[in-house]
Design a protein around this ligand. Structure first.
Ligand SMILES: [Zn+2]
Length: 95
């Protein structure tokens, strides 16, 4: 009888220890994953920033380009944005 109780207590104790170890390991893993994913996603917002930034319409072909990555041309105090040098050339030839 005492042996049975001792076994039961030992089993419960072992389960508790194993669970806590798994918990610590899992926490360590999730932190490691979080840490690595944070370093991986860190350059993404920077590279996405120009795309999500202000959109400007190309007056030649009508394409919307981000102000940060598009070609800019100031004509008569107004800034125009172009998707390609070809569109810029076309616009300058027109004006
Ligand atoms: Zn264009």
């Amino acid at each position: 009888m005492f042996r049975a109780i001792a076994y039961l207590i030992l089993t419960v104790f072992l389960i508790t220890v194993v669970r806590s170890i798994i918990g610590i390991v899992a926490k360590g893993f999730s932190e490691a994953i979080r840490g690595s994913s944070a370093s991986n996603t860190r350059p993404t917002p920077e590279s996405k920033a120009p795309l999500t930034g202000e959109l400007k319409k190309d007056p030649v072909c009508g394409t919307y380009t981000s102000a940060a990555s598009s070609l800019q041309q100031t004509v008569g105090g107004q800034t125009y944005y172009f998707c390609s040098p070809k569109c810029q050339e076309t616009f300058l030839a027109r004006s």
